[in-house]
Each structure stands twice: as structure tokens, then as C-alpha cells.
Design a protein around this ligand. Structure first.
Ligand SMILES: Nc1ncnc2c1ncn2[C@@H]1O[C@H](COP(=O)(O)OP(=O)(O)OP(=O)(O)O)[C@@H](O)[C@H]1O
Ligand SMILES: [Mg+2]
Length: 347
């Protein structure tokens, strides 16, 4: 079965074709980063308009790359939430219209389920059950995953997400948007030991996180300086920030492994592209006899492949009713993950 998937929840337009038997066939992505850069963050109206411009050219690109025609498509998946309402509506409208025209089912997908299952696009594929560390721009969660649609929330951030902590600190240091990759690059030239930053909630008994105090701590360090930060000091502060975030994420992930007794950890979401986090988790898991899995680097941030893939897995697990509908649809800018769980009471 061939599934065409659309992602448009924020500032990336992603389209992909996935085969339920053969996996990912092709994907194409357009990032709006350059367009939003001058505003220092995502402008929702501009995002929606750009999704409209990109959706069909990207679809053609994916079909060409995969050697498919529209007639080969058996279902159309799309991100139905959570995300920006206008941006979601574009992807949903395109997907539902295509499904209607092709007389195939449309499958609404939860964006976080897409991220959560994206490490299954990697080789080797992690087996269930595993602990998932979901670290994106808007979420920081630890989850126990027993199968497709079987997610139990173990802990989450009480305020800022890890990606937000990267982005806000980067903004404070004048590194632009999105800050995560820029801060991480700068950190490579820095010495983390030059600045002492807190490790919020690292020692708390639970598996929750808190990152909002970290940017305040960085701000305090900047303000304590009598002169503007030198390039080296900027790099040192970036390195200290990255180290603090990674310490907390790795520490809590390890605690979750101990609590659940599981040996497999998967990391998903944009911060999963962070080099230091990857190195730290690989090292820690090796020492403990566990194994860590990441999505392919290009599939850490938003993309269409994870959406088409999540739809494929849900279809294979019998969680989607592929019945003819009138293609009426809605999007869910706020949408708890528990709504897509197979068993009541999970997530
Ligand atoms: N190498 C990196 N190091 C640190 N952070 C990174 C890196 N690459 C990307 N990020 C961060 O990842 C985030 C974007 O990830 P992603 O696209 O998964 O989030 P999102 O889709 O905006 O949020 P959500 O999925 O929660 O709605 C940004 O905060 C970005 O700064
Ligand atoms: Mg995302």
C-alpha cells in the first residue's frame, strides 16, 4: 500500500511517499527558516501562505523521485495537529482534496506520534518496547512505548522545551533563529567549564524537566559582565548551555531506563540532531548495556516522511478505519497524544 504524507504544522513543508511493505520511497522538504529569519521567529500567516506555494511542487518532486504517479497512491496522510491552525489547514486541505479526487482514504496523523515513531525509519529498527526521549521545539517528554498507539507518558517539561531553551539562549546571544544548530556550532569552539550553569531538576525524583530557569541563568551571566562578551566568551557560554541541557536530558533518560527496566532508548525531535546529546547518550547506553536509536539526521526535525510512516504503522496495526468518507475534516492545534492511543488510560 502506498501512502502519500503531508507535514505542515509549523515552518517546514514536508511531503513523502511510504510503502507499507517497503518503507520510505522518497521525501522532499522545504524549510521556511530563511523567510522567518528576519522576524526572529515563525510568522504564522507567512507560514500558511508558503505551505500553499510549496505543497504541490513538493508532491510532484516526491512522486518523480519514487517513480510513482498519483494513481498509485492508496491513502493520503497529513498532520492534523498539534501546530499552527492556519498552517495545519493548508496540509489538511491539500491532503483531503487529493484523497477525494483519487477516491482513497485520508489519514489524519498526530504530529508527535510522527516524531515518536521516526526512529523506526532508521536502520537498525528498534524493537518495542522502548523508552522515547522526545525533544523538539515545543515538547520535551519521556515516554514508554510498548507498540504503535501504546504510549505512556513518564515525564515532561513543566515550562520550556529543550529546543526552546536552545532557541531562547541563542537569541539572547544574538545567534538568530532557529538557534539550536547555531548555538551547537558555536559551542564546538567553547570551553563549557568557564561558566557554571544550573542543571534544573536533574536530581528530582520524578522524570519531569524544567528549562526556563536556564535562559535566566545565562541572562544573569551576560548582565554580570561589565563589557560585551568577547567571541571566546560567547562560545564558552554556548558550550556551557549545551552541556547543561545535555546533562539534564541524558540524566533523566537514564533514570527513565532504570525505572522502566527497559534497555532500548529512542530519541526523536529536532534536538535529537544535537551532536553532544548523541555522543553522550551513545556513551552512556554502551556503559549500561543498553542501546540508543536516533532517526536519520535529516528526519529529526519536521518532515513528511515521519507522517506518512506513522500512518503506515497505524494502518498495519489496524488502528485506522480506512472507510470512504465525505472528506469533511478539522485540525487540532492543541491535541493530546492520549487521543491517538489504542488503549484507554495511556499517555
Ligand atoms: N543540532 C541541534 N542542536 C540543538 N537543537 C537543535 C539542533 N537542530 C535542531 N534543533 C532544535 O530543534 C527544534 C526544532 O525541532 P522540531 O522541528 O522537531 O520542533 P518543532 O516541530 O518546532 O516542535 P514540535 O514538534 O514540538 O511542535 C528547534 O528548537 C531547534 O533549535
Ligand atoms: Mg515537530
Amino acid at each position: 500500500m502506498i501512502i502519500l504524507g503531508f507535514e505542515s504544522s509549523c515552518d517546514e513543508t514536508g511531503v513523502a511517499a511510504v510503502c507499507t511493505e517497503r518503507g520510505l520511497l522518497a521525501h522532499a522538504l522545504h524549510s521556511q527558516v530563511a523567510m522567518h529569519q528576519e522576524y526572529g521567529g515563525v510568522v504564522p500567516e507567512l507560514a500558511s501562505r508558503d505551505h500553499i506555494r510549496r505543497a504541490l511542487p513538493l508532491t510532484r518532486e516526491v512522486l518523480d523521485k519514487a517513480g510513482l504517479s498519483l494513481g498509485d497512491v492508496d491513502a493520503v496522510a497529513y498532520t492534523a495537529g498539534p501546530g499552527l491552525a492556519g498552517a495545519l489547514l493548508v496540509g489538511a486541505s491539500v491532503a483531503q482534496s487529493l484523497a477525494w479526487a483519487l477516491e482513497v482514504p485520508a489519514v489524519p496523523v498526530h504530529h508527535l506520534e510522527g516524531h515518536l515513531l521516526s526512529p523506526l525509519l532508521a536502520d537498525p529498527v528498534p524493537e518495542f518496547p522502548f523508552v522515547a526521549l522526545l525533544v523538539s521545539g515545543g515538547h520535551t517528554q519521556l515516554m514508554r512505548v510498548d507498540g504503535v498507539g501504546s504510549y505512556e507518558l513518564l515525564g515532561e517539561t513543566l515550562d520550556d522545551a529543550a529546543g526552546e531553551a536552545f532557541d531562547k539562549t541563542a537569541k539572547l546571544l544574538g545567534l538568530g533563529y532557529p538557534g539550536g544548530p547555531a548555538l551547537s556550532r558555536l559551542a564546538q569552539q567553547g570551553d563549557a567549564s568557564q561558566y557554571q550553569l544550573p542543571r534544573p531538576m536533574l536530581r528530582s525524583q520524578d522524570l519531569d524537566f524544567s528549562f526556563s530557569g536556564l535562559k535566566t541563568a545565562v541572562l544573569t551571566k551576560v548582565r554580570a559582565q561589565k563589557t560585551p562578551l568577547s567571541d571566546q566568551q560567547m562560545a564558552d557560554l554556548a558550550a556551557a548551555t549545551e552541556e547543561a541541557i545535555v546533562d539534564v536530558l541524558a540524566g533523566k533518560a537514564l533514570k527513565a531506563m532504570k525505572q522502566t527496566g527497559l534497555r532500548r532508548l529512542v530519541v526523536a525531535g529536532g534536538v535529537g540532531a544535537n551532536r553532544l546529546l548523541r555522543e553522550r547518550l551513545v556513551g552512556t547506553m554502551e556503559k549500561r548495556g543498553g542501546k540508543v536509536f536516533f532517526p536519520p539526521l535529516e528526519l529529526c526535525t519536521d518532515n513528511g516522511a515521519m507522517i506518512a510512516h506513522a500512518a503506515a504503522l497505524r494502518i498495519k496495526a489496524g488502528l485506522e478505519r480506512l472507510e470512504p468518507t465525505n472528506h469533511a475534516f478539522t485540525v487540532r492545534p492543541r491535541w493530546p497524544l492520549e487521543d491517538v492511543c489504542a488503549k484507554v488510560g495511556q499517555a
